[in-house]
Design a binder for this molecule. Structure first.
Ligand code: DGL
Length: 278
């Protein structure tokens, strides 16, 4: 099906993908606006964490995932629910696939509007903080501010552990954020440049100062996705559709991911979890 004609008779299908549970923060935000769309969530636990892989690996991996999901589902929108994969691969993916592709990039532009002390913090994976795309966002939107970049994979692992019900020792958050906590003035606009970190807002704010803004891209991604979907689907908020069609794929079966099944259905309305090899 080409994407030039409105497909008005089918329930819209959106794919959201990430290396792990981080993309669920995007899913919950977009689902508030679009509750009756069919969501396919691809959790690439076999390649987790993306932040430690090469760019080539990430690009090829995400293309393979989208292709294998498209072999089963006629997608109307693809959301890369991952800053790391977005800064590395979004432009390539948008040129490669006919289906519209939306990415999640560090919300540096919004942070530049919200900072009051002129110090912006960007918390993301090592791959994201070291990528030229991130630096171009800083140059374009925050070049008159002091921008502190902090790359961490430990925080990504903590977000995964939290989803699996593990305790969150605040001392670890203090250690990770220590480079900022030692500063005379803390950044007061902190970009959560990894979708996993939106799942840790409570823990992060308990370590940082209460007047720091924690900023992510969830709302802007949700609004952009709705705009794109309206172009191809007559009425994407049509409430006659059932949300029981939502499903999660993972790239590898582990005891951990099996444990996730009950959380996915009780908290996220995903009623099926299946391994889909990439
Ligand atoms: N949640 C992803 C992000 O927004 C990826 C984290 C990882 O796998 O390193 O960057």
């Amino acid at each position: 099906m080409t994407y030039f004609f409105k497909n008005i008779y089918k329930q819209p299908i959106i794919l959201i993908l990430d290396s792990g549970v981080g993309g669920l923060s995007i899913y919950t935000a977009i689902r508030k606006m679009l509750p009756y769309v069919c969501y396919i969530y691809f959790l690439d636990n076999q390649a987790f964490p993306y932040g430690e892989h090469s760019e080539t690996f990430i690009i090829n991996r995400v293309i393979s995932i989208i292709k294998v999901v498209q072999s089963r589902h006629q997608l109307d929108l693809i959301i890369i629910g991952c800053n790391t994969a977005s800064v590395v691969a979004l432009k390539i993916l948008q040129n490669y696939f006919i289906c519209p592709v939306v990415g999640v990039i560090p919300a540096i532009k919004l942070a530049s509007k919200l900072t009051r002390n002129g110090i912006i913090g960007v918390l993301a994976t090592h791959r994201t903080v070291n990528h030229s795309y991130t630096w171009s966002l800083i140059k374009r939107f925050a070049n008159k501010y002091k921008v502190m970049l902090l790359g961490t994979s430990e925080l990504v692992n903590l977000a995964e552990s939290k989803m699996y019900g593990k305790k969150m020792p605040i001392s670890i958050f203090r250690d990770i954020l220590n480079p900022w906590l030692e500063m005379k003035q803390l950044p007061d606009a902190i970009v959560l440049g990894c979708t996993h970190f939106s799942l840790l807002k409570k823990e992060l704010i308990s370590v940082l100062s209460s007047n720091s803004y924690l900023i992510d891209s969830r709302r802007s991604v949700a609004k952009h996705s709705l705009r794109l979907l309206r172009k191809n689907i007559n009425d994407p908020i049509n409430n006659s559709y059932s949300f029981r069609t939502n499903k999660v794929y993972c790239s590898m079966s582990t005891t951990e991911v099996i444990k996730l099944k009950s959380i996915l259905s009780s908290h996220y309305d995903f009623f099926s979890l299946e391994v889909l090899s990439v």
